[in-house]
Design a protein around this ligand. Structure first.
Ligand SMILES: [Zn+2]
Length: 444
């Protein structure tokens, strides 16, 4: 691979949209037929809906194919073959990879992949990393506890496939990870936004190392929306003196999106491998035009062991209108994933996305990176409590910061908050999947 080459796959990444659509339809029909022929779960789902492989002739027909939800995958796990259930499309002995979802919202979903799927995972990630400027000369540090979660595993293999040198940060603690980055002059890393912010704090406060003085020049963030939230992106970029790029993926789906080096305020859909549809949450109709938010329904067009066909990702996003200056023809989601359908709730009749609150908190100098949102009900009224931390150097400015925070929150979200200021370092810190939003109304 030539270093100066702009795209990982120049042909597919710049394919005219009509041709891309033709390719996606062809692949959709192929994976649908595959699932219909090899999985009891899918066949019975489609038979019930009266849809056969030959019934899918256009991309519009895809909209009639039933969606699959996480809960359905959880339910079939009690069936044979153990432990995946009857959505498995290959003989169990062909499965080479086991991963599982985090299970934060219930029992985890087990995810099987064949060796071919695993190569597919890393190929998808190559598009992501190449677009973010990873090249063979990079030394990539991965501060991730390699385990049963897929997280950055495929990113690791993709970096190797590109030709980078990969340093697995594995079981090292945060201090030792920072020291290793320093010792080896690592140039890139992959992590959750929450964790890279925490690493920067550890470097400064516990080691006296200024992270911006290290050699890290690019950071790929995933697992949470942060890298697409402008103020969070800015904080990480300033802390590390590096470019920060977003990536959204999921265990059941794959590496389906990425922000490119142009940082256009949007993420590309990895359309060579995935079909993304946006569904109106209220009407269930597919949204084709830019500017309207909905739920992302995603199909992995080439994944074989356990196909992912019209999977309800519960992620919320909207299409952009403008093409990207990078020249890729892959469509983009504006501002990345703005939240999960489960987290975006109505408070006092207004739609509240926790990412909007994060954008405000992290746009104010003098407030720490951590925050917590608690929604509850007092009598018949919803109440939102926002807990923030005062940075050590800002102790004197509390009144000023409180006014600023209240004003910006009202402008951004149209809601009033009870503010609580906490001592720096006292709110919970997270390594993966931060849980900063609690809705106590659901208990009533
Ligand atoms: Zn682009």
């Amino acid at each position: 691979m030539n270093d100066s080459q702009e795209y990982w796959n120049p042909l597919l990444e710049t394919l005219p949209r009509e041709k891309l659509r033709v390719l996606q339809l062809k692949k959709f029909r192929r994976i649908f037929q595959w699932a219909y022929d090899h999985s009891k779960f899918h066949r019975s789902l489609y038979k019930k809906a009266g849809i056969k492989p030959e019934g899918i002739r256009s991309i519009e027909d895809v909209e009639h194919v039933p969606k699959v939800e996480k809960a359905m995958l959880r339910r079939i796990q009690s069936k044979a073959p153990f432990p995946y259930g009857d959505a498995l499309c290959v003989p169990i002995e062909e499965v080479t990879e086991f991963r599982q979802t985090s299970g934060t919202a219930g029992q985890p979903v087990y995810q099987p992949d064949t060796w071919q799927d695993w190569e597919w995972w890393s190929e998808c990630w190559c598009y992501v990393l190449w677009a973010q400027g990873y090249r063979p000369a990079d030394r990539v540090f991965i501060p991730f506890g390699y385990n049963i979660f897929v997280a950055f595993w495929a990113g690791h293999y993709a970096a190797e496939k590109i030709g980078c040198e990969v340093v697995p940060g594995g079981v090292l603690d945060t201090k030792h990870r920072v020291l290793k980055i320093q010792e080896l002059n690592a140039t890139a890393m992959m992590s959750t936004p929450t964790y890279v912010l925490g690493m920067a704090d550890t470097a400064r406060n516990k080691l006296g190392i200024e992270p911006a003085c290290l050699k890290i020049s690019k950071i790929t963030c995933a697992g949470e929306p942060g890298a697409s939230i402008p103020s969070t992106k800015r904080r990480i970029e300033q802390a590390w003196g590096a470019k920060v790029y977003d990536h959204a993926g999921a265990t059941e789906i794959g590496a389906w999106s990425f922000e490119c080096a142009e940082q256009p305020g949007a993420i590309h859909v990895n359309e060579a491998f995935f079909l993304v549809e946006i569904e109106d949450i209220e009407t269930g109709k597919i949204i084709h035009e830019p500017g309207r938010q909905g739920k992302l329904i995603i199909t992995a067009l080439d994944r074989q062991a356990m196909p992912c066909i019209r999977f309800d990702s519960k992620d919320i996003g909207e299409w952009t209108s403008a093409p990207c200056p990078c020249g890729r023809s892959f469509r983009m989601i504006k501002g990345g994933i703005i939240g999960r359908a489960d987290d975006i709730t109505k408070v006092k009749g207004v739609l509240l996305a926790p990412t909007a609150i994060e954008e405000v908190v992290r746009s104010i100098n003098g407030l720490g990176n951590e925050y917590k949102i608690v929604v509850d009900r007092v009598g018949h009224m919803d109440r939102i409590t926002l807990k923030v931390e005062l940075a050590p150097e800002a102790q004197e400015q509390r009144q000023l910061l409180e006014t600023k925070l209240k004003d910006r929150l009202r402008v951004k979200t149209n809601l009033r908050y009870d503010l609580e200021f906490h001592q720096y370092g006292t709110l919970p810190r997270y390594q993966v999947k931060a849980k900063r939003f609690t809705d106590l109304r659901k208990r009533h």
